[in-house]
Design a protein around this ligand. Structure first.
Ligand SMILES: [Zn+2]
Length: 141
């Protein structure tokens, strides 16, 4: 009885090892998901080029050409959308970086000397420089 159990365990271990190896080996993950998508994109571009060539030499009818072109372009759009989605997934902040605090124009604070006033002024009462939008006026250099 003990021998049977031992054999069963041994067989189980061997099967387990083989199963792990089997699942490990045939999954050559691409280095980057973009590599795979880039390859597909390149293939679609190649197909479009070939299609155009065949159309020019008269191998394809106008209808076939338009239909195939549409299919390829739809596929290409899908690949590009996938690239965008992956980019967003890998780097959520990279795709749409939040604007780094666009210089807040505070009409009550002088941008030059930072003096604060109780009402909006065109020119600073402290240093006399123009308040608010400062760059659009004198940037004709
Ligand atoms: Zn000032």
């Amino acid at each position: 009885m003990i021998i049977v159990i031992a054999v069963l365990i041994a067989v189980g271990v061997i099967v387990f090892i083989l199963a792990v190896r089997a699942t490990d080996l045939p999954a050559p993950e691409p280095v980057s998901p973009f590599q795979h998508l880039d390859a597909r994109k390149a293939a679609i571009y190649d197909n479009l080029r070939d299609l155009q060539f065949e159309y020019r030499v008269g191998k394809l009818s106008d209808q076939d050409y338009q239909q195939t072109k549409k299919d390829l372009q739809r596929e290409l759009a899908g690949v590009l959308a996938e690239v965008d989605r992956l980019k967003l997934e890998l780097n959520p902040n990279g795709a749409a970086p939040p604007p780094p605090a666009p210089k807040t124009i505070d009409p009550l604070t002088c941008p030059h000397c930072h003096a604060k006033f109780t009402q909006p002024l065109k020119f600073c009462g402290e240093c006399g420089k123009p308040m608010g939008v400062t760059q659009s006026c004198n940037s004709s250099a």
